[in-house]
Design a protein around this ligand. Structure first.
Ligand SMILES: [Fe+2]
Length: 282
């Protein structure tokens, strides 16, 4: 019975990233209706079956860190019928984010950084704050890294997701790699000492990229509106395109561990059956 109970223990975690919300219907980069894109994402997440236990949003919640942008972001997010957890990205502004979400008590665990741990689910959630005011790159202070190390040491047996906005690996997309997480080696050393870390989840790249990192797997989430161009040329220009926006689903079970899927926000034709009464459809 005990094994059955353990094997039935599971958690389904959705992740979206980089909504870059603007206020007043303004388009991001004069091209992208990011508010409408987030509305569509919320609608998609609300109708997922099975329902996720929670949603993670991995930073760049708004585009210029403005109070009115957070007001719009919050208004759209109010339609989400799932618990949601936030971290800042390089486009965010800590004080304005905190002022907009005083009820998100987990955000206020540290006196300066929006770094947090949530223990309410079968999977432990840790959010890091790599934002540097006014800068596009990411940093993690020695204090933050020590906090992460100590926090991970508290529950070495519990499967854990660590979320940080900036990708902590070299993606090969040159203009994004010039906005790196500066302490990625130190982060890898900390993560590598805690084998319960199932994933390091990030945003920033606006497309899904996977890399081995600190004895685990680092994954970036697709953009929820616009995607960064897949351009692996050295000195490739900083450009985006309107490829299908997506989300990640991290499904953890005691029996199978952590499995990550990518889904798409928009609807496409189907699903269609492979088989009918006569077998495989010819
Ligand atoms: Fe972004």
């Amino acid at each position: 019975m005990a094994d059955q109970a353990l094997n039935s223990c599971s958690c389904l975690i959705a992740q979206i990233s980089d909504p870059h919300i603007k206020a007043g219907g303004k388009l991001s980069y004069r091209q992208v209706d990011t508010a409408n894109a987030l509305r569509q994402a919320v609608n998609t997440l609300n109708h997922l079956a099975p329902r996720p236990d929670l949603v993670l949003i991995s930073g760049d919640l708004v585009d210029f860190g403005l109070p009115e942008e957070y007001a719009t972001f919050k208004q759209i997010l109010a339609e989400l019928t799932l618990p949601v957890y936030l971290i800042p990205g390089n486009h965010d502004e800590r004080q304005h984010l905190c002022a907009a979400f005083p009820e998100h008590r987990y955000l206020f665990q540290h006196h300066h950084y929006l770094q947090w741990v949530v223990d309410d689910y079968p999977v432990r959630l840790i959010g890091l704050d790599s934002s540097v005011p006014g800068k596009p790159h990411g940093e993690l202070s020695d204090e933050s890294l020590a906090w992460l190390d100590a926090t991970l040491a508290e529950k070495p047996e519990k499967p854990t997701l660590v979320m940080v906005h900036h990708h902590p690996f070299v993606s090969g997309i040159d203009h994004m790699d010039r906005q790196p997480l500066k302490q990625s080696t130190a982060l890898a050393e900390v993560i590598g000492q805690h084998s319960q870390v199932e994933r390091v989840l990030c945003g920033h790249l606006h497309r899904s990229v996977q890399a081995r990192f600190g004895n685990t797997l680092a994954i970036s989430c697709p953009g929820v509106s616009h995607q960064v161009s897949l351009d692996l040329n050295p000195d490739g220009p900083s450009r985006f395109l309107l490829e299908p926006p997506g989300y990640l689903l991290h499904q953890w079970s005691a029996a199978n561990g952590m499995i990550t899927h990518q889904g798409f926000i928009e609807h496409y034709p189907g699903p269609f059956p492979f088989y009918d009464a006569n077998g495989l459809i010819d």
